[in-house]
Every structure is written in C-alpha cells, then in structure tokens.
Design a protein around this ligand. Structure first.
Ligand SMILES: N[C@@H](CCC(=O)N[C@@H](CS)C(=O)NCC(=O)O)C(=O)O
Length: 217
C-alpha cells in the first residue's frame, strides 16, 4: 500500500481528508503543496486546479468526499466513516453535501472575493456569505437536535466535512448564542484529536486568511 496526499495544511478540503486519514492512523506520504515541484505534480495528476488529490498505488482520486469514500472502502479502520447500512449512509452523504455546498461554499466565495481584484467585491461578497450562513446555521441548529455528530451518534464523513466548514464559517460570520447546539457541536469538533491536529498544523498559516484571522480557536 502506498498513499500520497497532495495537500496544504490551511486548506479546508485538505483538512477534511486529513481528519479521515488521522481518525484511522492510515500511513501516507504528505506532499505539501508549497514544496518544490508538488503543485506541478498535482496539476499533472488532476488538471481541474483543485486539491486535495490522493494517489493510491498509482490511481488518482480527487474530490474530498470521494477520497474519504475510497479510504473507507479500501483502508477501513476502527472508525467507519460511511456506515454499511445504505439508509444510514444516505444521511451521512446528505449531511456531507449540505456542509460542503451550504457552509463551505459561501465561505470560499467570500474568501476568494477578498483576494480577487484587490478585494473590490469584498464587502458585498462577505454580506452575501453571512446571509447564506444564517440560513444554513438555522437549519443545522434544528437538524442537530438529539445528535452528538452530524449524522447521528457516530463520527462519520459528515463530521470530517463539518469540522473545517464550521471552523472557517465562524470566522466569516460568528455562530451566535441563538444557535447553542451548533456552537457546542463546533466546540466538540475542535476538541476531536484528528481535527485538533489539523488545526495545529494549520496555525502558522493563519496570516493567509484574507478576511483576517481572529485571536481565538
Ligand atoms: N469539491 C472539491 C473542492 C476542493 C477545493 O475547492 N479546494 C480548494 C482548497 S480548500 C482549492 O483547490 N482551491 C484552489 C483554487 O480554487 O484554485 C473537493 O471536495 O475536494
């Protein structure tokens, strides 16, 4: 078995996959995208310009959710990130999609507008993201009722998606006291050792955050 992950510590989607790898102590080679030649190698493997990218014995796998599904299928450990039960797995996949599409996507848009064109649309894009996040937070607050983790009692792929999404979302638009379950859930994610490790490794890169990283977390 030989796994190589093209990754950057500050990237939310890379953190999502790193959590999955570290939950099960899966050995892999970390190809840091700032290392010489790594970005070019990644581009040759996956021309869509996005990361993370995993190579498993010569097979290229892209898209964070598919990488996690691949790990769960071929390198399963004690923490199963997708349940065998198809109905339960559907809820995991649904929550994973919700977190990527309705939490991380608005965050990414605000961040990219802050970088693009000297930040000309920064204020407008941040306001749009905050509106979208308010809707997502309210929906999650309701959905988390009676749940410790995103899809129920167990930690799954949906929590791998939730950790970086909610971590950065809170930086763009603070999760207010009117969403107590969501605040507690975010704190639970930050305390999970796999994500705590991802956060620690990303700490030196906080000055990269174009909207300004807060002095917390
Ligand atoms: N749908 C992709 C999204 C990956 C993604 O957007 N990654 C960001 C880093 S967090 C990226 O590649 N950014 C580079 C760019 O947009 O040029 C996934 O789930 O892997």
């Amino acid at each position: 078995m030989s796994l190589t992950l093209y990754s950057h510590p500050f990237s939310s989607y890379c953190q999502k996959v790193l959590i999955a790898l570290w939950e099960n102590d899966i050995p892999f080679t970390y190809r840091h995208l700032e290392d010489p030649g790594a970005a070019e190698e990644r581009a040759a493997l996956w021309p869509l310009g996005r990361f993370p990218v995993l190579v498993d014995d010569g097979r290229t796998i892209a898209e964070s959710s598919i990488i996690i599904e691949h790990l769960d299928l071929h390198h399963a450990g004690r923490v199963r990130l997708l349940p065998d039960d198809r109905e339960a797995a559907l809820e995991v996949r649904f929550m994973d999609r919700f977190l990527d599409n309705y939490v991380m996507t608005p965050v990414q848009k605000a961040v990219s507008e802050a970088i693009r064109a000297g930040g000309a649309r920064k204020e407008e894009a941040t306001a749009e993201a905050r509106g979208a996040l308010d809707t997502a937070y309210a929906w999650l607050e309701d959905r988390l009722s009676g749940r410790d983790w995103a899809a129920g009692e167990r930690f799954t792929m949906a929590d791998c998606a939730a950790a970086p999404s909610l971590f950065y979302a809170d930086w763009v638009h603070r999760i207010g006291p009117n969403f107590p379950r969501l605040r507690e859930y975010r704190a639970r994610l930050l305390a999970r050792p796999s994500f705590a490790r991802a956060l620690d490794e990303a700490r030196p890169y906080r000055p990269y955050f174009p909207l300004g990283a807060p002095e917390r977390d």
